[in-house]
Design a protein around this ligand. Structure first.
Ligand code: DGT
Ligand code: CA
Ligand code: CA
Ligand code: ZN
Length: 582
């Protein structure tokens, strides 16, 4: 049997987890984990890379790991992994992936209760058998049950940050085929959902065959799931499933509308069409009789654009990000659709890191990078000292850094401005890393949760409210502290967060990194309703992170945000006025 990139990546990551449970040195654990990640993101088949003798050119792969990859490619197995399974039951790896259960707890459950599978753990937790173990209690037992449920919800979905570039790359290849007129990414990606089940692509052409052929023979295809005349599906090396449909240009509007979804939006559209005397599907509007049966010989109405589809049911064009049937059709009917924020509105990026903490570029380099991307001003916001792992700044280093920021600002003025801030940790006890007199010297203060994220709601809320009520804090960074798809958000009472933000005039962040997308759309929408100022930022630690801004824009649009809701749209004069007028 031949293994795919994904299966080899999975094996390395499993080995990393097993070594961690065994208590191996962290360096060794990390080298397997890093290898797994870098294989998962490879655009080419490992078999091909191995045959070219280029395995060691993959980031994180040295001679030892290259030999292990070769072994798996040749034998379909890894001897080292097989041996490990005699020492560490493989089921513990799934247990370790539960939120809040690390290698230590997995080992505890195994050694004390002989638990080696998720099912056994769930049964033990529900049976009240975990609470008496050392370091556990009734509450942490409940967290295990919640974690198992959360794990079940996540399986099989990909982050938008993986799916969108993959989809775009494939579409670009398909559009090189002669005869391809137009292409689009449809489905949940076009709607900007943070996680994606599968990729849906559409291509307009009168000749589907060469497009289908090109698609199923792409280099990063692991398996062909279906190969038809106008529709094909494949699984990519990273496990992502992609569907492509080819159709004639005359039907583009109805097809794009249907395959963009959401399903709920489509159902509502179909009801509106029926009220007008038509049956609507992905191909056309078909006239129906009074019993709502399609009149076979009546001419069908084709729509080449989505605008025509909406016009057929008397609606203005509904932006894809709103198509969840949560009021957008009513708003379109009433002429009250929001004028959604666009990337062109973005003047500023207010959250980023440099070599002073855990970034890879200097203050000057970050400023130049932001300027190249059309931003007009930025704030440098490195981590504060309690985040030791990120080389957080002490008071002394913060003030030292301020001199550098002021210098760069004076060099780039007036077309570009650089301000000085911090991303200050909200400590586990609600304390803040810098005293008020230091915060008063900064232009913009972000407070964020990075540690002790699994605390109970009262502790989490005490921390968030302590930061929000501090007069020097301007914004809460990534308020729910989630990672997509594998880290659940903190247990926060968001109504209370909004109430406090409103009362104290604080900004809430929409972190644009696709691993975060925090706040998520449903909370953005609530904040917009409450007129709480929001800010979309890349949280860049390197130059290419600055290109992640569109993910934040998509999320803001899904939350019905307009330019007026987002403080990054302010001209620099207004930003200065606000920072100095506090
Ligand atoms: P996903 O893939 O789970 O992230 O979500 P979607 O929205 O991309 O869903 P998918 O790929 O199953 O289908 C793409 C679109 O096709 C979906 O948004 C709406 C449309 N669609 C699929 N199945 C149905 C259906 O049974 N009824 C209706 N009305 N629309 C459907
Ligand atoms: Ca889909
Ligand atoms: Ca699909
Ligand atoms: Zn952060």
């Amino acid at each position: 049997m031949t293994l795919t990139n994904r299966e080899i990546a999975d094996t390395f990551e499993t080995v990393a987890d097993m070594l961690q449970i065994k208590g191996e040195i962290i360096h060794r654990v990390l080298s397997y984990r890093r290898a797994g990640e870098s294989i998962r993101e490879l655009p080419r088949d490992l078999h091909v890379i191995a045959s070219e003798g280029k395995l060691t050119e993959i980031p994180g792969i040295g001679d030892t790991l290259a030999a292990k990859i070769k072994e798996m490619l040749e034998t379909g197995k890894l001897e080292f992994y097989e041996r490990l399974t005699h020492e560490v039951p493989p089921g513990l790896v799934a247990i370790m992936r539960i939120n809040g259960v690390g290698p230590k707890k997995a080992k505890l459950f195994w050694e004390q209760l002989n638990i080696t599978t998720l099912q056994e753990l769930e049964a033990a937790a529900r049976g009240g058998k975990l609470r008496d173990l050392a370091g556990m209690g009734a509450k942490s037992e409940l967290k295990v049950i919640e974690g198992i449920e959360a794990l079940a919800r996540q399986t099989g979905r990909f982050s938008l940050g993986i799916a969108l570039p993959a989809a775009q790359g494939i579409l670009d290849q398909l559009l090189t085929v002669p005869g391809a007129i137009e292409g689009a990414i449809a489905g949940s990606i076009r709607r900007g959902k943070p996680t994606i089940g599968d990729v849906d692509l559409l291509v307009a052409s009168d000749d589907a065959t060469p497009i289908m052929d090109k698609f199923v023979h792409m280099e990063n295809v692991a398996r062909i799931l279906g190969h038809g005349p106008t529709k094909s599906s494949v699984e990519l090396l990273n496990g992502l499933q992609v569907d492509v449909r080819v159709l004639e240009k005359a039907r583009w509007g109805t097809a794009l509308n249907y395959f963009t979804g959401s399903q709920a939006h489509n159902i509502h559209m179909r009801e509106l069409a029926l009220e007008k005397g038509y049956s609507l599907n992905e191909h056309a509007f078909s006239p129906v009789d009074k019993d709502k049966n399609i009149i076979e010989d009546a001419p069908k109405i084709l729509c080449a654009t989505e605008e025509e589809v909406y016009a057929m049911v008397d609606l203005a064009f509904v932006p894809p990000e709103l198509r969840e049937d949560t009021g957008e059709i009513e708003a379109a009917k009433a002429g009250k659709l929001p004028n959604l924020i666009t990337i062109a509105d973005m003047q500023a990026d207010l959250h980023m890191h440099t070599t002073w903490s855990d970034g890879v570029l200097s203050v000057r380099e970050m400023a130049e990078a932001a300027k190249r991307r059309g931003r007009k001003y930025i704030v440098i916001t490195d981590h504060s000292h309690s985040l030791g792992i990120a080389n957080g700044l002490s008071v002394e280093r913060l003030l030292e850094q301020q001199k550098e920021v002021r210098l760069v600002d004076s060099m780039m003025k007036p077309d570009f401005r650089v301000f000085h801030g911090t991303e200050m940790d909200i400590n586990a006890d609600g304390g803040l890393d810098f005293p008020d007199e230091i915060l008063a010297q900064l232009d913009f203060v972000i407070a964020s949760l990075h540690v002790s994220l699994r605390q109970e709601r009262p502790q989490i809320m005490q921390r968030l409210l302590s930061a929000i009520s501090n007069p020097h804090v301007d914004m809460i960074g990534h308020p729910r502290a989630q990672y997509i798809p594998d880290r659940e958000p903190v247990d926060a009472d968001m109504d209370a967060v909004f109430e406090a933000a409103k009362k104290h005039g604080k900004v809430l962040e929409i972190n644009a990194n696709p691993r975060r997308l925090d706040l998520e759309a449903q909370y953005v929408r609530r904040a917009v309703e409450l007129d709480i100022p929001l800010s979309i930022n890349t949280d860049a630690h390197a130059e290419d992170h600055m290109d992640l801004m569109p993910y934040g824009i998509l999320t803001a649009r899904r939350g019905w945000a307009e330019a007026k809701n987002i403080i990054n749209t302010w001209p620099v004069e207004r930003f200065i006025e606000w920072t100095t007028g506090k």
